[in-house]
Design a protein around this ligand. Sequence first.
Ligand code: PHE
Length: 447
Amino acid sequence: MTKRATFTTKLGVIAATAGSSVGLGNIWRFPYETGQNGGAAFLLLYFICVLVLGLPVMVAEFTIGRSARANASRAFLKLTPKTHWYVVGVLGIFAAVFIMGFYSVIAGWTLDYVYQSLTFGLADKSPEQFQTAFTQFTADAVRPIFWTFLFLSINYVILVKGVQNGIEKASNILMPVLFILLVIFGVRSLFMPGAAEGLSFMFKPDFSKVDSGIILKAMGQAFFSLSLGMGTLITYASYFSDRTSLVKTAGTVATLDTLVAIMAGIVIFPAVFSFGISPSQGPQLIFITLPNVFQQMPGAYFWSLLFFVLVSVAALTSTISLCEVAISYLHEEFGMSRRRATLILVLVCFFMSTLCSLSFGPLRQVTIGSLTIFDFCDFLSSNILLPLGGLLIAIYVGWVLDKKFVRNQISDGGRINVWYFDLLMISLRFIAPVAISLIFLSGLGLF
Ligand code: PHE
């Protein structure tokens, strides 16, 4: 097996892990899911899921990864030899491919917006014109696929070279900049006419809209946004140093991730109501809302360019982590060279992405259980595979691993005071498995 690297600085651990978590899930998916599922009530359910289910599962993934120091599948074999738990890791690889399929399409759209920002394509348009131009663009059979291809090629180059170091250093700077930009846009958005309506949509819950389907989606969004349930954080934790505090890291990453999502919401919803756009637009929401916001600001050219570049980078740090799960598996388990493993993975992802992209145009009619191919990949991975992975991981750390061993890992051999340990175990043993199973079964209409 290859010698495993470790992150050297505390900031490096946080930046890489937060880089994986913060991505299109926060800036693109969170606002549109909130918009489609009734606003504030969804937000509240999302918070609860992050706190009660997401955090414990994140600590569980860190525990598995750091103690085993292996890829997401091998880690289970190392900790519990001769069992079938490694299947959880294999499941994660399927989830990675499905997520990459639709995620790369959105990342491609973002790159197109970088290009359009550069070439004044986003200037001087009415909200209706933005909408029409966007619908035409996404329905095109070639242009979005070209950008998706470009995005995947960038992934390939970075992953083959393994310049995680570069990415890590870059995200140390770029992630804070992205955050500051969101604050600036948020302030601008808050001063738009109609902002109050947007804020009340986001923060004033209307529980009459809540049903089990919405709870399932809130849980899916929590797992998706925190990069949980598919081995990404097992893989990243295998690079943590022995001194990294697992619980503190989980707390910091979850807090940052949630803050970025809220900021994105504060940018989007006031603007949505101000420009008379429907909040339940779906995947196109940010692409038709944000250009309107930029247009209202002095220096629109600069803001929109900077923003879409940073969102592309945020997407890239997430896809790198997604691909890494599969690449480390192929590389370590099948003895494939890193280059070959990366090439195979990127080609498979490109195939999936092409189908997803075409599902906005020529393949619009092709549906799987009433969902387009794009929506199907999104639904299957976020709402089914990730919570299922999370469920199994919770059971594994709660019931299968030795309690003393887990305590030892989390407390760093007794160095850290883990007064919350029993709470964590109760959550992993009972709350998470029961809640995830119930939400699952009722959300899918099986219960
Ligand atoms: N958390 C990432 C985002 O919010 C997406 C992701 C999901 C990354 C699962 C890795 C694993 O954009």
